[in-house]
Design a protein around this ligand. Structure first.
Ligand code: FE2
Length: 284
């Protein structure tokens, strides 16, 4: 996402946004929310979810909210450019938040031996499945943030365990499992207020539909749906990625494995949505 302040006067700001396909911006109502927010779409297509209402808009569309009363999640369905109008000055804190967000995502990915583009790919795949499942604005915001930072807790796992080339011992695996709890705690810390919404995804992304996951052994629909989505996408990505200790599976082998585990490890609703959209994942 690229943001540029086009002009401001008396607290009113015009901010240009460029969002790549499946890029996302969101906000929720708070005592500090601007009393008026508006968007004019210049190029591309946006999916605007406002609480549980969804609207797809094209160039020339004007979307206004005054005041913002609920959660808003805006997703670019194609590369998009829009002007965002706020009646309160938000640009500086907003830009700092966006920069910090991306910097943290890069640091986490590098710690785990991945790249920032790997995390962004998991986020986009997850959002695509979330849209297919008709998640609410709040669930989509939680999914997007949680998908990007789901392994943030690994920054607290010792390198000799995290990067061990062979199989972990049971004791080492017990330590590794703690990354879910560490992740939840880091994301719900007051020092990271913009990550709070994704904390349940970090906590539950290794839970499995049949109760065989961790940290709690939650089952079926006890598992938060955005976390169940990240579970499928993260597994698919791990199966198809090159790792030091395993040959990557072909995309078709990975898809067949996910399908075979429908209703066992993975939520059937998520697997069905995944199978519907998987052919478009290559384009992202
Ligand atoms: Fe994980």
């Amino acid at each position: 996402m690229t943001i540029t302040l086009l002009g401001s006067y008396n607290g009113v700001e015009l901010i240009r946004h460029e969002l790549k396909r499946f890029g996302l911006m969101g906000f929720n109502s708070s005592p500090t929310s601007a009393p008026f927010e508006g968007i004019v779409l210049v190029k591309g297509s946006l999916r605007v979810a406002y609480d549980s209402e969804v609207e797809i808009v094209g160039p020339g569309a004007v979307v206004t909210m005054h005041p913002v009363k609920g959660d808003v999640c805006i997703i670019a369905m194609q590369d998009a450019e829009f002007i965002y109008i706020s009646s309160a000055p938000i640009f500086d804190s907003y830009r700092r938040g966006v920069e910090r967000f991306h910097q943290m995502a890069t640091e986490i990915a590098q710690k785990d031996g991945y790249t920032a583009s790997h995390c962004e790919r998991i986020r986009k795949y997850s959002v695509l499945i979330g849209c297919e499942l008709g998640l609410s604005a709040r669930e989509l915001l939680s999914l997007s943030c949680g998908a990007l930072f789901h392994d943030i807790g690994k920054t607290q796992i010792p390198d000799e365990i995290l990067r061990k080339p062979g199989r972990l011992t049971p004791e080492e695996f017990d330590i590794m499992k703690m990354h879910t709890i560490y992740g939840r705690d880091m994301m719900s810390s007051p020092s990271n207020p913009f990550l709070h919404i994704g904390s349940t995804v970090a906590e539950q992304h290794h839970e499995r539909y049949d109760g065989s996951g961790y940290p709690y052994g939650l089952k079926g629909e006890e598992i938060y749906l955005p976390a169940a989505i990240v579970a499928v996408v993260d597994s698919y990505d791990a199966m198809t990625s090159k790792r030091p200790y395993q040959r990557p599976k072909s995309k078709q082998e990975a898809i067949d494995e996910i399908r075979a585990l429908r209703g066992k490890l993975y939520d059937p609703r998520v697997v069905d949505a995944f199978l519907k959209v998987v052919s478009t994942l290559d384009d992202l």
